[in-house]
Ligand binder design. Structure first.
Ligand SMILES: NC(=O)c1ccc[n+]([C@@H]2O[C@H](COP(=O)([O-])OP(=O)(O)OC[C@H]3O[C@@H](n4cnc5c(N)ncnc54)[C@H](OP(=O)(O)O)[C@@H]3O)[C@@H](O)[C@H]2O)c1
Length: 338
């Protein structure tokens, strides 16, 4: 198929900036998905911008700050074109690689934003997300503190990640929310329970993360045991043991459609997310993650690939048949609070 040189644009939230309808997830450039190469990562950022990608996604927790530091110079060099999204709320500990603490209290938020601004080397974050929700802190208190960051000029727009539809509405009543970022793919559709409908109703842009099922939907690996010893996916229930084998078989219809259309499996998976959003009347900006320039033309072209009704019907049963949860510990996901 032909590759458009630029992506169509959509608005972020009710009155946010226009962004390319597919963003770039930068997480894997610093951690989680195998070896990283700084030169290639930086070249990938430039190539993404050239391809029409303008929403670049990071978080303070990725590489414990290293991901923000990595992309900072790129953001500064292209400040008028890049819409930079980062996140707070997940704390890590040096002595336990698996430890994740959730912090939503206002004092923490005020410290976190300054640390992100410093690492990125910028004075304002375009989109600041609460990465995970701590139900022990009233949502209005956390969103109130985030709104104060907007008033202080440190943040332009607010986002939430892994919240339910009810939580999104509650937050929106405190301050407009531009974007909801949660996992959404052929393998992970729990957001369709309530979050997607609430986002559509409120005019919140949905930013599906892991739209390629952390790479599994591309068929690049069929068991996380094939991956590097420190690859995060080795610890995820879906990608190991009997679940991996069962889930690998579920990709067959994706591969069949890709072969018949002369496109890649990744492109079918991404096109599905775009079209599923249309069904819900929702603006969507998926953020496939990659460390490599070679993926960009392929992934951005998927934003304009249209699957037929018959193809969509063939893909429909997949999510309900997936074996294994999407996290080892699901307790901090929106799905756990539905
Ligand atoms: N809010 C949250 O809680 C949360 C959680 C997870 C992720 N995120 C964000 O979402 C972004 C995307 O999610 P993700 O990175 O977890 O998963 P993903 O986008 O579903 O998949 C990324 C994986 O797919 C591979 N890949 C990308 N394009 C490909 C292609 N065309 N063909 C074959 N393989 C391809 C990448 O490898 P290569 O690098 O080799 O291309 C990487 O291993 C992250 O970067 C991060 O910014 C947010």
């Amino acid at each position: 198929m032909s590759h458009p040189s630029t992506l169509p644009t959509v608005r972020l939230g009710a009155d946010g900036p226009l962004v390319g309808t597919q963003g770039l997830g930068c997480m894997g450039m610093s951690e989680f998905y195998g070896p990283t190469d700084t030169t290639e990562a930086l070249a990938t950022l430039d190539a993404a911008l050239e391809a029409g990608v303008t929403l670049f996604d990071t978080a303070d927790v990725y590489g414990s700050g290293a991901n923000e530091e990595l992309i900072g110079p790129f953001v500064r060099a292209n400040r008028d074109k890049v819409v930079l999204a980062t996140k707070f709320a997940i704390e890590r500990r040096d002595d336990d690689v698996h430890y994740r603490g959730i912090r939503n209290d206002p004092a923490y938020i005020r410290t976190a934003v300054d640390a992100s601004l410093r690492r990125l080397g910028i004075d304002v974050i375009d989109l600041y997300y609460m990465h995970r929700r701590d139900p022990a802190v009233p949502l209005a208190e956390s969103v109130g503190a985030m709104a104060e960051l907007v008033q202080a000029g440190k943040v332009r727009a607010l986002g939430l990640s892994e919240v339910t539809g009810a939580e999104l509405r509650e937050a929106y009543a405190v301050h407009p929310i531009a974007a909801l970022q949660s996992e959404w793919s052929l393998f992970s559709r729990d957001v369709e329970i309530s979050a997607v409908g609430a986002a559509a109703e409120l005019g919140v842009t949905f930013v599906p993360y892991s739209p390629l099922g952390r790479g599994f939907l591309t068929g690049a690996f069929t068991d996380a045991g094939e991956l590097a010893a420190d690859d995060y996916r080795r610890f995820q229930p879906r990608f190991t043991g009997d679940s991996a084998a069962a889930n690998a078989a579920l990709i067959a219809p994706v591969q069949k459609i890709a072969a018949a259309r002369g496109v890649s499996t990744a492109q079918v998976a991404l096109a599905w997310v775009h079209q599923r959003a249309d069904v819900h009347g929702l603006t969507v900006v998926p953020i496939p993650g990659t460390r490599k320039r070679t993926r960009l033309a392929e992934n951005t072209a998927a934003a304009t690939l249209r699957l037929t009704e018959a193809e969509l019907a063939a893909l429909e049963p997949i999510a309900s048949e997936v074996a294994g949860a999407r996290y080892t510990d699901m307790s901090s996901t929106g799905a756990a609070r539905e």
